[in-house]
Write a protein that binds this ligand. Sequence first.
Ligand code: FES
Length: 108
Amino acid sequence: MAKPERFVFVCINERPPGHPRGSCTLRGSQEVVAKFDELLESKDLYDRVSLVRTRCLGPCLEGPIVAVFPDNVWYKEVTPGDVEEIVEEHLINNRPVERIRLKDEEWD
Ligand code: FES
C-alpha cells in the first residue's frame, strides 16, 4: 500500500435521538461515507487517498462533516450527492468545493 497523499475524515459519530447537538450519523453520514467508499474504489483512488471513519470532529450542528487533510479543508452538511463533486474537483483536480465549505467562523 502506497503512502496516502490525503486523508478524508468522515464523522460517523452517533448520539441518542433528542441530544441537543445531534450527530452526523443522524444527519446521514453513513450514506456519505458509503458513497466515498464506492467512488474511491471505482476511480482507483485508494492508493492515494485514505478514507477514515471517525468520531466527533467538533462542529456537529453543521454535519455531516467531512475534513480533507493535509489540506485542512472542511465540508458541512455533506450529502451523498455532494461526494462525487468533492472527489472530482477536490481530490482529483485540487479545487476545493467552495459552496459546501465550512468556514472558520461557522464552527459551533
Ligand atoms: S457529531 Fe459529527 S462533528 Fe460532532
